[in-house]
Design a protein around this ligand. Structure first.
Ligand code: APR
Length: 254
């Protein structure tokens, strides 16, 4: 742990934070990409080739997420608790400085498309890879809540036609979402924490370097060292449901 009190915190989460909630990660031996070819189910080309297969892939993941067995775990809850307490402290300590934008003090970026951060109480995670419980019209770009199964014949709520709906998920080769907000937060943070991500996929895998260039203290909290693990200033390894609550407790204790 470096500084006593941080003023601007950015947290990046990956599939590892949801693993203990029962959602498979991507690159473990039992990972999601062991059963599917990425290019078939997570690329625009795969969707154009076989939209029914892609709709079925996301229907299965949506069904699993909405089943009773999938719940946020202590890692999700401790991040939500940190956000609440950190923002309270921040507004008390810095409310005199009205020039500061208090809402920018804590940014949660997630690569995950599940809604476990929200269900644990995180206020506005930036889902840079999209959201499983949303669907998008390919024509208008409009986004709708979606908790049901979809097919290529599903009619779009905005244009009433079938064939226009696609998962609101960022596929390989597509631009991630919220990149302006993300780099604004990274370039002004003094603490960057990466949780449960392997460092395989850019641009997320490079966020720690941007934060480091901005002078931030960088921390990796993971089951085991990620590809860039040794380049972080601080590391703690173990299951997220144990490591995150422990780290957050120490952080709040200053
Ligand atoms: N606690 C903490 N970390 C864990 C746990 C756990 N219980 N279980 C696994 N991990 C770690 C793994 O060690 C690994 O480093 O989580 C990481 C998961 O890595 P990936 O499966 O590669 O997932 P992620 O880094 O989120 O992938 C990034 O790649 O396929 C795309 O769009 C997909 O958003 C995803 C992106």
């Amino acid at each position: 742990m470096a500084k006593k009190h941080y003023q601007s915190v950015v947290v990046l989460t990956g599939a590892g934070i949801s693993a203990e909630s029962g959602i498979r990660t991507f690159r473990a031996s039992d990972g999601l990409w062991e059963d599917h070819h990425i290019e078939d189910v997570a690329s625009p080309e795969g969707f154009a080739r076989d939209p029914d297969r892609v709709h079925r892939f996301y229907n299965q993941r949506r069904d699993q997420l909405l089943s009773q067995s999938i719940e946020p775990n202590p890692a999700h809850f401790s991040l939500a608790d940190f956000e609440l307490k950190f923002s309270e402290n921040f507004s008390r300590d810095f409310s005199r400085d009205l020039s500061r934008d208090l809402s920018k003090s804590y940014t949660l970026i997630t690569q995950n498309i599940d809604d476990l951060h929200e269900r644990a109480g995180s206020s506005s995670p930036l889902h840079m890879h999209g959201e499983l419980l949303k669907i998008r019209c390919s024509q208008s770009g409009r986004i709708f809540e979606c908790r049901d199964n979809t097919t290529p014949l599903s009619k779009c709520p905005c244009c009433g036609m079938s064939g226009n709906l696609r998962p609101h998920v960022v596929w390989f080769g597509e631009m991630p979402l919220y990149m302006n907000e993300i780099y604004q937060a990274l370039n002004s943070c003094d603490l960057f924490i990466a949780i449960g991500t392997s460092g395989n996929v850019y641009p997320a895998a490079g966020f720690f370097e941007t934060a480091k260039m901005a002078g931030a203290h960088t921390v990796e909290l993971n089951l085991e060292p990620s590809i860039n693990g040794s380049q972080f200033a601080e590391q703690h390894y173990g299951p997220a449901s144990e490591v995150i609550p422990h780290y957050v407790k120490a952080l709040l204790a200053g």
